[in-house]
Design a protein around this ligand. Structure first.
Ligand code: ARG
Length: 456
């Protein structure tokens, strides 16, 4: 018989180009551990159901142990002739143990096999990503705790709006990551279902026990419909959507890091190991890592778009289109994993210039809202207070001073309700301390939020 698994039906071999075009082994061999784990569970079930003998199972286990050894020590020979990871491993197993190897595929198809492998692979990847995400969150919490009382201009429209604490600002990203982590955990639940048993599309005539295989592989249940089991990749799409969202969040932080590092701001420095220089301009130190994270966000959006487009309009059940699901999925996993790892370290290595952050609040009338709130507390309706303060700001702008620098008599022209207790309200620290409700920016609230977050 020829080297091709299905040679029986064919009258001529594939051209080299077609072989290269249809093969996936170069990228799907990443799933070899999952492929072997799933095959061993399948074989164990076949033996339990007396579909293969106990002796066959023993041969399969012995052969697979050797295959694992060969792959790990790099002596395993991967070949395009055998198309994908599944056939490469099965063929080697058969070379090692003979007929038992040929019996492994009983009651199974590569269609349910590959669907199982990807789900196992993705489940493992999510289990690796969640702790990375947690580490990044821990870096955010550590810095937020240190900078719980550090004033920073809060922006709307990238214009100074109101004082916030840097700690509070960092905790906003903690919250985004918290939701991303929840989404990942949720996606894991839907990923963690067993397709095996669906065979090519219609199920199989053997007396298989799918629940047993699910249990052996740690799946939370079995896919309920064989056609759906082999054909849909919505779990991978969902994962890429979560990754796209997560990268979108990191791209916002990246943009802020780039701004904050700009000498015009001078709010922070990130460690040199996350920057590069210029080949022509000797003075440059560029924020390459946050810029790349911003750029790689586009890449992950691309992965999501690729998978959505791949799935669109596919008739039931399996189509070879689906072989194209792996590279985008792996790319999203790799990109998010590297980015989280690097961000955990980069955030931990941030040096804060508290002076610069604070002095940036001297411009932009950041406490104008506090003044309006003060007048409101004295009985003026808020809308009238808003207008009075607007006029005061205009005056301060004319004189090129901050609100707190206007003499009391000058301020009182805008409202007779103003007393000399107003200057406490106009300070940055007063403004911050006053926002002491849950979710507010007051330093004590930031510390409380950090400890709540640490408790989980
Ligand atoms: N390499 C294939 C994939 O990734 C495995 C399934 C192939 N099945 C088939 N009928 N050609 O989807």
């Amino acid at each position: 018989s020829s080297q091709y698994t299905w040679a029986g039906r064919f009258s001529e071999p594939m051209s080299d180009l077609v072989k290269r075009y249809t093969a996936s082994v170069d990228f799907d061999r990443r799933m070899w551990r999952q492929d072997i784990r799933a095959s061993l569970a399948h074989a164990t079930m076949l033996a339990k159901q007396e579909i293969i003998s106990v002796a066959d199972l023993a041969d399969i286990e012995r052969g697979m142990a050797q295959v694992v050894g060969e792959i790990e020590d790099g002596t395993f020979v991967w070949t395009l002739d055998l198309e994908d990871v599944h056939l490469n491993i099965e063929k080697r197993l058969t070379a090692l143990v003979g007929d038992a190897g040929k019996r492994l595929h009983t009651g199974r198809s590569r269609n349910d096999q590959v669907a199982t492998d990807i789900r196992l692979y993705l489940r493992d990847a999510i289990d690796d990503l969640l702790p990375l995400l947690r580490q990044f969150q821990t870096s955010l919490l550590d810095l937020a705790e240190k900078e719980a009382a550090t004033p920073l201009p809060g922006f709307t429209h990238l214009q100074v709006a109101q004082p916030v604490t840097f700690g509070h600002h960092l905790l906003a990203y903690f919250e985004m990551m918290q939701r991303d982590a929840e989404r990942l955990a949720d996606c894991r639940r839907r990923t963690n279902r067993l397709p095996l048993g669906a065979a090519a599309l219609a199920g199989t005539t053997y007396p298989i026990d799918r629940h047993y295989v699910a249990e052996l592989l740690g799946f939370e249940g079995v896919c309920a419909n064989s056609l759906d089991a082999v054909s849909d990749r919505d779990f991978a799409i969902e994962f890429c959507a979560v990754c796209a969202m997560l990268m979108m969040h990191l791209s916002r932080l990246s943009e802020e890091l780039v701004l904050w590092m700009n000498p015009r701001f001078g709010f922070i420095r990130i460690a040199d190991r996350f920057c590069t220089g210029s080949s022509i301009m000797p003075q440059k130190k560029n924020p390459d890592v946050p810029e790349l994270a911003r750029g790689k966000t586009g890449r992950v959006y691309g992965d999501l778009t690729a998978l959505l487009t791949l799935m669109k309009g596919q008739p039931l059940a399996y189509n070879k289109d689906n072989q194209e699901d792996k590279e985008p999925l792996f790319d999203a996993i790799d990109t998010v994993s590297d980015t989280l790892r690097i961000f955990a370290e980069m955030i931990a290595g941030i040096t804060v210039n508290r002076e610069r952050m604070h002095s940036a609040l001297a411009e932009g009338f950041a406490t104008a809202t506090d003044l309006a709130d003060y007048l409101t507390r004295k009985g003026l309706p808020f809308r009238d207070a808003h207008e009075a303060v607007g006029l005061a700001v205009r005056r301060a702008e004319e004189l090129d001073v901050d609100l707190a620098q206007l003499p009391l008599a000058e301020l009182q022209r805008f409202s007779p309700l103003l007393g000399d207790d107003v200057f406490a309200v106009l300070t940055v620290d007063g403004s911050l301390a006053a926002r002491r409700h849950i979710g507010g920016t007051a330093p004590e609230q930031v510390l409380a939020a950090v400890s709540r977050a640490r408790r989980g």
